[in-house]
Design a protein around this ligand. Sequence first.
Ligand code: FAD
Length: 314
Amino acid sequence: MKNIHHAIIGAGLAGLACANRLQTAGQKVEIFEKARGPGGRLSSRRRLNTTIDLGCQQLNASTPEFNQQLKLWQKQGWVASHNQQSFYGIPRMSGLTRHLSQSLKLHLATRITCLHKQGKDWWLEDELGKLYGPYQQITLATPAAQALPLIAKHSTQLSQQIAKAKHLPCWVAYFILPKNIAVAESPQSNSSQPLSRWTLLNNKPEQQAQLSRWVVQASPEWSQAHQDLSAKLAAQKLFAHWCNDAALSLVEPPLLLEAHRWLYAFTSQPLGIAYLQDLAQGLNVCGDYCLGSLAEDAWLSGDKLGKQLIKTSN
Ligand SMILES: Cc1cc2nc3c(=O)[nH]c(=O)nc-3n(C[C@H](O)[C@H](O)[C@H](O)COP(=O)(O)OP(=O)(O)OC[C@H]3O[C@@H](n4cnc5c(N)ncnc54)[C@H](O)[C@@H]3O)c2cc1C
């Protein structure tokens, strides 16, 4: 096996899947993540001594590969399920990505702003001007819109391909109520209404608690139309919609009411291919947008790219 050093930008599910595949095969990997923790859209936020899953709410498998992976994570105690169909990270979604990154070399709070090529070697530059390298293979495991500015001057071929992927934003309001209340069932997915889904986190295995924790997801249409709202106003508006559509008996105000905007939440137009490579440059891209809009798509994309990189380095 050639002595290849990989750098992966983005510690979401795709980047972590790719990194774990490479490291298990004995390759040298480092991951760079702009946030303070790994997880990307599988992240959770700590509030009032409890946690809220801010993005992905459940993991489902439609392929044998991801089904097998979910069963393995369940055996390891990293995810749980009450119906063997929908799985949740334990004790929260980011618990899964913490486990997936535990043996990896991770540079957190490190936003990569520029890629430099010198001969066959790559160097990464962060927003403070610090350089990391040399690496022989670079993988961008970020949403397409965040990969584009980094690869634009190095690969026209990749840039043109990933520019075809389109993302949709999503506002998420999360709130904590003092006690359980009667609530109408969430729609499966209703994109034309202001709210497309609401989730009671206490219903997830291992997430039972005294306080009632809710995450309300706005529809893509509402999120797009209200993209520039302040988080405070978005939280108030979405909570009002939820009270109207769902809460049947709300008497007390929430103990916490906040909102988060995911700018690149979902893919409206995936690429239809698991990953892309510019072989001459040693540049690769993976992420959910290659195949679809779900966590499964992200994992499959990163895992398949990892396997391909191992094959080509032998
Ligand atoms: C509100 C919401 C609800 C969802 N619900 C579900 C669900 O119920 N079921 C499901 O299967 N899927 C769901 N999804 C989709 C799922 O979360 C994603 O498909 C999946 O997490 C994407 O993983 P990824 O690794 O491709 O990208 P990401 O998770 O976005 O990871 C990319 C990472 O790259 C980092 N990054 C970006 N640019 C840089 C840079 N320049 N330098 C360093 N780091 C950088 C980002 O910080 C991020 O951590 C949901 C998503 C959202 C937003």
